[in-house]
Design a protein around this ligand. Structure first.
Ligand SMILES: [Zn+2]
Length: 202
Protein backbone atom coordinates (compact mmCIF):
# COMPACT_ATOMS: atom_id res chain seq x y z
CA UNK A 1 0.00 0.00 0.00
CA UNK A 2 1.02 3.57 -0.53
CA UNK A 3 2.32 5.40 2.51
CA UNK A 4 1.83 8.80 4.09
CA UNK A 5 5.17 10.39 5.02
CA UNK A 6 5.80 13.34 7.30
CA UNK A 7 9.27 14.82 7.02
CA UNK A 8 9.65 17.61 9.52
CA UNK A 9 12.43 19.91 10.54
CA UNK A 10 13.27 23.46 11.58
CA UNK A 11 13.60 26.21 9.02
CA UNK A 12 16.59 25.84 6.75
CA UNK A 13 16.80 22.04 6.99
CA UNK A 14 16.24 21.70 3.24
CA UNK A 15 12.58 20.65 3.06
CA UNK A 16 11.78 22.48 -0.17
CA UNK A 17 15.06 21.39 -1.75
CA UNK A 18 14.17 17.79 -0.90
CA UNK A 19 10.75 18.18 -2.53
CA UNK A 20 12.40 19.44 -5.71
CA UNK A 21 14.88 16.52 -5.62
CA UNK A 22 12.10 13.93 -5.14
CA UNK A 23 10.01 15.53 -7.93
CA UNK A 24 12.94 15.14 -10.35
CA UNK A 25 13.58 11.57 -9.15
CA UNK A 26 10.01 10.62 -10.09
CA UNK A 27 10.27 12.43 -13.43
CA UNK A 28 13.54 10.66 -14.32
CA UNK A 29 11.88 7.30 -13.75
CA UNK A 30 8.95 8.22 -16.01
CA UNK A 31 6.63 8.63 -13.01
CA UNK A 32 4.41 11.56 -12.15
CA UNK A 33 4.58 13.62 -8.97
CA UNK A 34 2.65 16.80 -8.29
CA UNK A 35 3.30 19.55 -5.76
CA UNK A 36 0.59 21.07 -3.60
CA UNK A 37 0.71 23.55 -0.73
CA UNK A 38 -1.72 25.28 1.61
CA UNK A 39 -2.88 28.72 0.48
CA UNK A 40 -1.85 30.33 3.75
CA UNK A 41 1.77 30.31 2.64
CA UNK A 42 2.19 33.37 0.44
CA UNK A 43 5.94 32.94 0.07
CA UNK A 44 6.67 32.32 -3.61
CA UNK A 45 2.94 32.43 -4.48
CA UNK A 46 2.27 29.57 -6.89
CA UNK A 47 5.90 28.42 -6.78
CA UNK A 48 7.91 26.59 -4.17
CA UNK A 49 11.31 28.18 -3.71
CA UNK A 50 14.24 26.67 -1.80
CA UNK A 51 16.92 28.70 -0.06
CA UNK A 52 19.34 28.13 -2.92
CA UNK A 53 16.69 29.63 -5.23
CA UNK A 54 15.71 26.43 -7.00
CA UNK A 55 12.01 26.57 -7.80
CA UNK A 56 9.15 24.55 -9.19
CA UNK A 57 5.56 25.44 -9.94
CA UNK A 58 2.86 24.32 -7.55
CA UNK A 59 0.11 22.23 -9.15
CA UNK A 60 -2.60 23.07 -6.61
CA UNK A 61 -2.90 25.68 -3.87
CA UNK A 62 -5.12 24.21 -1.14
CA UNK A 63 -7.60 26.52 0.61
CA UNK A 64 -8.90 25.75 4.08
CA UNK A 65 -12.28 24.47 2.83
CA UNK A 66 -10.90 22.49 -0.12
CA UNK A 67 -11.23 18.72 -0.13
CA UNK A 68 -7.87 17.38 -1.33
CA UNK A 69 -9.33 13.92 -2.03
CA UNK A 70 -11.84 15.45 -4.49
CA UNK A 71 -9.13 17.55 -6.17
CA UNK A 72 -6.87 14.52 -6.63
CA UNK A 73 -9.72 12.26 -7.79
CA UNK A 74 -10.49 14.78 -10.57
CA UNK A 75 -6.79 15.10 -11.43
CA UNK A 76 -6.52 11.31 -11.76
CA UNK A 77 -9.28 11.23 -14.38
CA UNK A 78 -6.91 13.03 -16.77
CA UNK A 79 -3.38 12.15 -15.63
CA UNK A 80 -1.38 9.31 -14.13
CA UNK A 81 -0.27 10.12 -10.62
CA UNK A 82 2.31 8.31 -8.49
CA UNK A 83 3.18 10.77 -5.73
CA UNK A 84 1.88 13.94 -4.08
CA UNK A 85 4.46 16.26 -2.50
CA UNK A 86 3.08 18.69 0.07
CA UNK A 87 5.10 21.80 0.97
CA UNK A 88 4.45 23.78 4.19
CA UNK A 89 2.28 20.92 5.46
CA UNK A 90 2.13 22.44 8.95
CA UNK A 91 -0.53 24.81 7.59
CA UNK A 92 -2.89 22.01 6.53
CA UNK A 93 -6.16 21.59 8.41
CA UNK A 94 -6.78 18.30 10.19
CA UNK A 95 -9.45 17.34 7.61
CA UNK A 96 -6.86 17.83 4.84
CA UNK A 97 -4.58 15.27 6.50
CA UNK A 98 -7.49 12.84 6.83
CA UNK A 99 -8.18 13.31 3.10
CA UNK A 100 -4.51 12.57 2.39
CA UNK A 101 -4.82 9.26 4.28
CA UNK A 102 -7.78 8.38 2.01
CA UNK A 103 -5.64 9.21 -1.03
CA UNK A 104 -3.02 6.72 0.23
CA UNK A 105 -5.45 4.01 1.25
CA UNK A 106 -8.14 4.24 -1.46
CA UNK A 107 -6.22 5.62 -4.45
CA UNK A 108 -2.87 3.96 -3.61
CA UNK A 109 -0.87 7.16 -4.18
CA UNK A 110 2.22 7.97 -2.08
CA UNK A 111 1.92 11.25 -0.16
CA UNK A 112 5.04 13.01 1.18
CA UNK A 113 4.37 15.96 3.48
CA UNK A 114 7.10 18.40 4.52
CA UNK A 115 6.71 20.91 7.27
CA UNK A 116 7.64 22.42 10.59
CA UNK A 117 6.97 20.57 13.81
CA UNK A 118 6.10 23.51 16.05
CA UNK A 119 5.60 27.26 15.88
CA UNK A 120 7.85 29.97 17.38
CA UNK A 121 6.24 29.40 20.79
CA UNK A 122 6.84 25.63 20.59
CA UNK A 123 3.17 24.76 20.01
CA UNK A 124 2.40 22.14 17.38
CA UNK A 125 0.87 23.47 14.18
CA UNK A 126 -2.55 21.90 13.37
CA UNK A 127 -1.26 20.17 10.24
CA UNK A 128 1.80 18.82 12.05
CA UNK A 129 -0.28 17.52 14.97
CA UNK A 130 -2.54 15.63 12.55
CA UNK A 131 0.44 14.29 10.61
CA UNK A 132 2.11 13.01 13.78
CA UNK A 133 -1.15 11.22 14.51
CA UNK A 134 -1.70 9.75 11.03
CA UNK A 135 1.59 9.40 9.11
CA UNK A 136 2.98 5.93 8.40
CA UNK A 137 6.56 7.20 8.29
CA UNK A 138 7.82 10.14 10.37
CA UNK A 139 11.33 11.40 9.68
CA UNK A 140 13.24 14.31 11.13
CA UNK A 141 15.32 16.45 8.77
CA UNK A 142 18.34 17.90 10.53
CA UNK A 143 19.81 21.35 10.58
CA UNK A 144 22.23 22.89 13.06
CA UNK A 145 22.13 25.66 15.63
CA UNK A 146 25.02 28.15 15.82
CA UNK A 147 26.31 26.12 18.83
CA UNK A 148 26.53 23.15 16.41
CA UNK A 149 23.88 21.09 18.21
CA UNK A 150 20.80 20.08 16.25
CA UNK A 151 18.36 22.97 15.75
CA UNK A 152 14.77 22.05 16.52
CA UNK A 153 13.19 25.46 17.30
CA UNK A 154 12.23 28.37 15.07
CA UNK A 155 12.82 31.66 16.85
CA UNK A 156 10.93 34.61 15.34
CA UNK A 157 12.69 37.94 14.85
CA UNK A 158 10.90 41.16 13.95
CA UNK A 159 13.16 43.99 12.81
CA UNK A 160 16.11 41.93 14.03
CA UNK A 161 14.76 41.51 17.58
CA UNK A 162 13.61 38.14 18.97
CA UNK A 163 9.92 38.07 19.87
CA UNK A 164 8.13 35.59 22.12
CA UNK A 165 4.54 36.62 21.60
CA UNK A 166 2.26 37.14 18.61
CA UNK A 167 0.16 35.24 16.09
CA UNK A 168 1.07 31.66 15.21
CA UNK A 169 1.50 32.48 11.52
CA UNK A 170 3.85 35.24 10.31
CA UNK A 171 5.47 34.35 7.03
CA UNK A 172 9.24 34.47 6.76
CA UNK A 173 10.40 37.56 4.88
CA UNK A 174 7.12 39.51 5.24
CA UNK A 175 6.71 42.57 7.49
CA UNK A 176 10.39 42.33 8.53
CA UNK A 177 9.79 38.87 10.01
CA UNK A 178 12.66 36.40 9.95
CA UNK A 179 13.28 33.12 11.71
CA UNK A 180 16.44 31.58 13.15
CA UNK A 181 16.73 27.84 13.75
CA UNK A 182 18.08 27.08 17.22
CA UNK A 183 18.48 24.20 19.64
CA UNK A 184 16.21 24.16 22.68
CA UNK A 185 19.00 25.20 25.03
CA UNK A 186 20.07 28.26 23.01
CA UNK A 187 16.42 29.34 22.73
CA UNK A 188 16.11 29.20 26.52
CA UNK A 189 19.28 31.27 26.97
CA UNK A 190 17.88 33.85 24.58
CA UNK A 191 14.55 34.03 26.44
CA UNK A 192 16.41 34.48 29.75
CA UNK A 193 18.63 37.18 28.26
CA UNK A 194 15.49 39.04 27.22
CA UNK A 195 14.51 39.04 30.95
CA UNK A 196 11.31 37.22 30.24
CA UNK A 197 9.90 36.17 33.59
CA UNK A 198 8.13 33.22 31.99
CA UNK A 199 10.24 30.79 30.02
CA UNK A 200 7.16 29.09 28.59
CA UNK A 201 4.75 31.90 27.66
CA UNK A 202 1.03 31.06 27.56
ZN1 LIG B 1 22.28 25.86 20.26
Amino acid sequence: MAKLYFRYGAMGCGKTRDIIKVWYNYKEKGKNAIIIKPGIDTKGNDKIVSRDNSELNTDYIIKSNDNIYDIISKHKLKYNLDCILVDEAQFLERHHVEELTDICDDLDITVMCYGLRADFLDNLFPGSAALFAYADVIEEMKTICECMDGATRNVRFVNGQPVFEGEQVAIDGEDKVTYVSMCRSCRKKLVRKMNKDRLYPR
